[in-house]
Design a protein around this ligand. Structure first.
Ligand code: 4AD
Ligand code: MG
Length: 480
């Protein structure tokens, strides 16, 4: 028995024709009206049961949450709420949902907090909010692949298990097959990783960049899109321990080209969502409007969700050097009134999220690309500028999100790169394969990483990153 997705039926004009639909009961009103949802769209299909001619025992089993298969004809709806409905001829219960037990879950028909929904993340995708978020997440993922494919980039699969720390920040999850109770030890008592599965220390990747660079320096333009892992103890609404990163890398491309790509790419995927996810965006927009009603004026969103997204697509990102940004911050009201937790006194300070947010949300009021950061607050692989103290780094900052993208032009000069590594005590031997790319046909190249969940956060208007990934991992939490 084939069945038709509800999204197709809602647009269908095949009146009086027979269809089969399968989905989960959202509600059953007056022993007559089933609101059925199958996940294909936020919208429910109304199915009208002829209760007088339906077995009483069967009617009792049509409960919220139950999985049902319905056969019936498509008819124009008499009621006001919908254009069409299904006149039920036959209904089969595939899976019951006991109302007594369901009462204790987030599927019960009342408002639940996002925190509560997170505790039952295995069921939350059946709610309107999470259905909308996860459909958007999927569409955005597709748009990313579409963008790069259309623009001549190859998708490179970089390894998840690596022996290197791409960011040099040491925030890695170790991968080991040794017996933790009784690991082999060297003569001086240390754990002997040469006896481990890979014969060396390995970890989950923090970024596919270094391997991505080697592929760009052969295929020209590549991108990676995969899971990355960070063992940083950040308990914020912007950080996950496991998140997905999109990382394009281009040979023969400088920082300006890199900024152009980041801006064009982000606009493309946001526009894709606007054009292809109308219903879900409308739902999420209304959800935010409802939420805002209980907030003080100052905390409310400055514009409705879709307007906010259109604004991004239609306006240029503001490009500002780190040095200019420091001047703006130093002279800003919150700095002078000592409102920043980390006051900006001098050039060289690392920017905290309060500073990024001030620049984006108060000063410029649009996405900002900051570039040419001080060398000593950025990673070893970024290209040193002629001034000897800044590097060709860029961060794309978004309103309400902060850093969405981090990237740079890469240091392509072997001698400069080696000096940098030596200064930071990064082993040449460990990265000899990376250095080889600078020995044999090195060239100008650039790339960036976009945190996928931060993009989904922005597009859906959700406020916590834990609510835009199916099963969030963060300190103390790896359920499911
Ligand atoms: O700025 P990051 O650390 O840059 C890199 O990893 C580079 N190797 C990327 C490259 O040039 N190919 O991370 C890139 C982006 C950040 O801008 C942020 O959006 C996201 O990844 N990100 C996180 N997202 C969620 N949770 C975390 N803990 C994140 N850390 C970084
Ligand atoms: Mg960064």
């Amino acid at each position: 028995m084939t069945h038709t997705p509800i999204i197709a039926l809602l647009e269908s004009d095949k009146i009086h024709q027979e269809f089969t639909v399968k989905g989960w009961v959202r509600s059953f009103r007056g022993n007559q009206f089933i609101a059925l949802n199958d996940g294909s769209t936020i919208n429910n299909l109304q199915c009208v049961v002829d209760f007088e001619n339906t077995d009483e025992a069967l009617l009792k089993r049509i409960t919220t949450g139950a999985a049902v298969a319905i056969k019936g004809t498509l008819e124009e709806s008499q009621g006001g709420g919908q254009r069409i409905e299904i006149k039920v001829k036959d209904i089969q219960i595939e899976g019951d949902a006991d109302p007594q037990e369901l009462k204790n879950t987030i599927l019960s028909p009342k408002r639940h907090t996002l925190e509560k929904l997170r505790e039952q993340a295995h069921l939350r995708v059946r709610t309107n909010t999470f259905g909308a978020v996860m459909r958007l997440r999927s569409k955005l993922s597709f748009a990313i692949h579409e963008y790069f494919n259309k623009n001549g980039y190859f998708h490179a699969h970089t390894p998840i298990i690596t022996g290197s720390d791409a960011e040099g920040a040491g925030e890695m999850f170790r991968v080991s097959a040794l017996d933790p109770e009784n690991p082999p030890r060297t003569e001086d008592g240390k754990i002997d990783y040469s006896k481990d599965f890979f014969g060396k220390e390995t970890n989950l990747t923090v970024s596919g960049q270094l391997e991505g660079e080697t592929y760009a320096l052969g295929l020209g333009k590549i991108y990676t899109f995969g899971p990355t892992f960070r063992a940083e103890n950040s308990n914020t609404s912007r950080h996950l321990a496991e998140f997905w990163m999109v990382e394009p890398e281009m040979a023969f491309c400088d920082l300006d080209g890199n900024m152009d790509l980041a801006e064009d790419f982000i606009k493309y995927v946001i526009n894709y969502a606007l054009e292809n996810c109308q219903d879900d965006l409308e739902f999420l927009e209304n959800r935010l409007i409802q939420e805002d009603k209980s907030k003080p004026e100052a905390d409310r969103a400055p514009m409705p969700l879709r307007e906010k997204l259109s604004f991004i697509v239609d306006n240029n990102f503001k490009r500002v050097s780190y040095t200019e940004a420091i001047d703006i911050l130093r002279n800003s009201k919150p700095n002078k009134k000592k409102k920043f937790k980390y006051p900006i006194n001098e050039w060289g300070a690392d920017l905290q999220s309060e500073h990024e947010r001030y620049l984006v949300e108060k000063h410029f009021n649009c996405p900002v690309i900051l570039f040419d950061y001080p060398a000593n607050i950025k990673a070893f692989y970024m290209r040193l500028n002629e001034d000897g103290k800044t590097v060709r780094a860029m961060d794309v900052l978004f309103p309400g999100i902060g850093e969405m993208v981090g990237g740079s032009q890469r240091e392509e000069r072997l001698d400069v790169l080696k000096e940098k590594m030596a200064a930071l005590d990064i082993s040449e031997e460990e990265l000899s394969w990376y250095l080889d790319t600078r020995k044999f046909g090195t060239c100008t190249h650039s790339g960036f990483g976009l945190g996928f969940e931060r993009l989904v956060l922005f597009v859906t208007g959700m406020t916590n990153i834990r609510d835009v990934i199916p099963y969030p991992r963060f300190p103390g939490h790896a359920e499911f």
